[in-house]
Design a protein around this ligand. Structure first.
Ligand code: ADP
Length: 263
């Protein structure tokens, strides 16, 4: 939730024109929605862009108990008196910063009510509890992400909310890019990363059938880090890929068969 303006530029390998698009959206005060499976680089992209633009970043990981007050702020008791404390969204608006709501569909419904006036031409944040109406300065940008792959109908983003954001689809990087990302993140040589990415291609082809989701770049990076640290391939793939992806013995066996076919 915090930021450090002196931070180094995080490593991010662009996969298309997403950086230019982000910059244009930022320059014109337009909100941006990043759609894509978990672990494909959305958060890393936002961290990279915030650093590249030299902007403070407030990241909020949304969950099903996250309410509007968690974003806006609340009165807290301090030494016998109550004091208003800004939440991360309010701080971002005041400072003209970037606010990133990760997995926004998880949040409670009252959050969308707060987001609507911020994401249309009004660009205002209403703080009901203090009666304050904050106008977002030009530098403020709202970025949200969500995973359209989840089957849960209740967790879909409503059209009235979606239609307030520019949207950008993210997916796992192309094989060559994914190899270079994993090499960079893990230190494992490319010749050893290539079979991992081939394996990922086979696993992702299964997603939607036996698997809810394909394997993320994040998990592949974990597997590569374990191997770079000297762990054997079977053990590394078991803890970084097979077990995280499924609890079903049949599906786990299918994954182990795929691993045996690739290695
Ligand atoms: P998400 O927010 O989509 O769930 P993250 O941004 O946390 O996923 O990404 C997970 C990992 O994927 C990152 O830690 C990073 O190692 C890797 N990654 C994926 N795509 C890229 C990319 N294009 N450049 C750099 N790292 C990437």
């Amino acid at each position: 939730m915090s930021f450090d303006l002196s931070r180094p530029l995080p490593f991010y390998r662009p996969t298309g024109r997403e950086c230019e698009l982000f910059e244009t959206a930022h320059d014109h005060g337009l909100p941006l929605l990043l759609k894509g499976p978990t672990g494909c680089g959305k958060t890393r992209f936002v961290e990279y862009m915030a650093a590249r633009l030299g902007k403070p970043l407030y990241t909020v990981a949304c969950h099903d108990d996250l309410s509007a007050a968690d974003l806006i702020g609340r009165h807290l008791l301090k030494g016998g008196a109550t004091e208003w404390v800004d939440g991360p969204l309010t701080r971002a608006v005041r400072e003209g910063a970037i606010c990133y709501l990760d997995e926004v569909v998880e949040a409670r419904k009252d959050v969308t009510v707060v987001l609507h006036p911020l994401t249309d031409s009004r660009r205002t944040l209403m703080i009901d509890r203090t009666g304050e109406e904050l106008a977002a300065p030009p530098g403020f940008m709202l970025v949200a992400s969500y995973n359209p792959g989840y089957q849960n109908v209740l967790k879909r983003l409503k059209p009235s909310t979606r239609q307030r954001f520019l949207s950008l689809s993210f997916d796992f990087p192309a094989a060559e890019t994914e190899v270079s990302v994993i090499v960079e993140e893990s230190g494992l040589p490319a010749a050893r990363v290539a079979p991992l990415v081939r394996l990922a291609g086979h696993i992702r082809a299964l997603s939607g059938m036996d698997l809810e989701e394909g394997v993320s770049t994040r998990l592949l990076t974990y597997a590569a880090r374990l191997m770079a640290a000297g762990m054997g391939v079977d053990e590394a793939l078991d803890v970084a890929i097979v077990e995280p992806l499924s609890d079903e013995p049949d599906v786990q066996q299918a994954l182990r068969d795929l691993i045996a076919a690739v290695y």
